[in-house]
Design a protein. Structure first.
Length: 204
């Protein structure tokens, strides 16, 4: 779904992986990168400026207004797309991203209750309208997801509370229902190898 500024090679694909914290996104992205011979990136992050924004936005000692949070993530994403994603796609490569615009729609639009369309607008502006060809949503109860990641320090978003994560999960489900041709919804309670096999089959 190459948007404004399009792709120079029709075989290039942008695939994103979404889901609540602890759903297994990073594990799936690594597996898919091996299976597809794709370049894997993370969002926010992936390039120096975006990594600095990631560290800043995750700091639990900072009091960050929700609007500021949404703009920070959109800015990090804009830099990632300009510096890495578009050049890779223009070269005909398949790109996998651990989170993308749908994360902001779910976390800031739904979780922070800023509104889906407002958050979508600033993100589309930032990435020049570049949308994923396919999006894999790892569905997992957010309580179970957070229980999986107790071995790492909690970031600011991870401390947002149960109601916040319930809104995030519901927003993800709503986004998937609205775009069934783009979203592939997988059961993240299954073993990682099973999830990977299902993702490869769905993408093929």
């Amino acid at each position: 779904m190459a948007a404004p500024g399009g792709l120079s090679d029709s075989k290039a694909m942008l695939i994103t992986v979404e889901g609540s914290d602890g759903a297994g996104k990073s594990t799936l992205v690594a597996g898919l990168a091996r299976e597809l011979g794709a370049t894997a990136l993370r969002d926010p992050g992936g390039v120096a400026l975006a990594e600095r924004i990631r560290a800043l936005s995750a700091d639990p000692e900072l009091d960050v207004d929700p609007h500021t949070e949404a703009l920070l993530f959109a800015a990090a994403r804009a830099q990632l797309v300009a510096e890495k994603v578009r050049p890779l796609l223009d070269a005909g490569e398949t790109v996998l991203i651990d989170r993308y615009i749908d994360s902001s729609l779910a976390y800031q639009g739904g979780g922070r209750e800023l509104g889906i369309e407002a958050v979508r607008t600033i993100n589309l502006f930032g990435v020049g309208g570049l949308l994923p060809d396919r999006t894999i949503l790892l569905r997992l109860d957010p309580v179970d997801g957070l229980a999986r990641i107790t071995d790492r320090p909690a970031g600011r978003l991870e401390l947002a509370g149960g109601e916040f994560f319930a809104r995030v999960a519901q927003t993800y489900d709503d986004l998937a229902a609205a775009e069934p041709d783009r979203f592939i919804v997988l059961d993240a309670t299954q073993p990682p190898d099973t999830v990977l096999a299902a993702a490869v089959k769905a993408l093929s």
